[in-house]
Design a protein around this ligand. Structure first.
Ligand code: ATP
Length: 243
């Protein structure tokens, strides 16, 4: 995987989406400072240069984007296991967040686009990750206790941390390309933040379902035990809250 570090950019995801059609191999883009970080559905990701790690990885998969539905969860597993190996225990919130003690330590945003025929077709996934090291005051003021840092990681050499995460991610992406989400299912459920808790599913701010969170199935859909039996929830643009 080729690695590029830039001092500052708006969004590493936006940069790699623009560059993907010209790439000949996977590329990791690390921004020392990201000024317009993105979340899902137009939300934003806040970060500051000294206190966060922000990067995106462009990776090409065979086949169409529908095969990548479980990818954010597989990436969560890879991050969770890598962080645990570095001494930071985290939990996973469906579909795309990494929590520490119930607060968001890292966010994952995956955007896809089809690869041109000249690249042999397939789909580029741009996997963006923002990881809080220390919670900067300005972010804390805006997000309050819903965001967490990991001071232990902040004390590590930044490049060593990045290399450990890249190793774990590349290994997970290779496995996902061969076998999809299935080999990650049990590993995700082991770290499920809200297992057995009552949760609600929000669609555009409206509660559309309520039930006990029962983990994910082997395509990464959330299993919900509701008053009407078990239902499965597709990630799409829904959000999850503990009730
Ligand atoms: P939801 O939080 O509604 O379930 P989500 O988890 O999909 O949605 P994302 O779109 O992945 O949220 O991330 C964007 C959200 O994360 C922002 O709306 C904000 O609430 C929160 N956020 C932004 N910056 C940070 C940060 N540095 N640390 C923790 N949380 C952040």
């Amino acid at each position: 995987v080729r690695v590029e570090v830039v001092p500052e950019t708006g969004s590493t995801n936006a940069d790699l989406l623009a560059r993907a059609p010209l790439l000949s191999e996977a590329l990791l883009l690390v921004a020392e400072h990201q000024t317009a970080g993105r979340g899902r559905a137009g939300r934003s990701w806040l970060s500051s240069s000294e206190h966060s790690l922000t990067f995106s990885l462009a990776w090409k998969f065979d086949g169409g984007p529908q095969l990548l539905a479980g990818l954010p969860l597989a990436v969560g597993v890879a991050l969770g296991e890598a962080l645990a190996a570095l001494g930071v225990q985290v939990q996973l919130k469906w579909p795309n967040d990494v929590l520490k003690d119930g607060a968001k330590l890292a966010g994952i945003l995956i955007e896809t686009q089809s690869a041109p025929p000249a690249q042999g077709g397939g789909t580029w996934a741009v996997i963006g990750i923002g990881l809080n090291l220390v919670m900067p005051d300005e972010v804390e003021a805006r997000l309050g206790r819903s965001a967490a840092g990991a001071p232990w990681l902040a004390r590590m050499e930044r490049d060593v941390l990045m290399a450990a995460l890249l190793d774990a991610l590349a290994e997970a992406l290779r496995l996902f390309a061969r076998q999809g989400f299935a080999p990650f299912c049990a590993r995700w459920n082991l770290r499920h933040a809200w297992q057995g808790q009552t949760v609600v599913i929000l669609d555009h701010g409206q509660v559309v379902q309520e039930g006990l969170a029962a983990g994910v199935d082997d395509s990464g859909r959330l299993l919900l035990d509701t008053a009407h039996g078990r239902s499965t929830v597709l990630a799409g643009d829904v959000s999850l809250r503990v009730k």
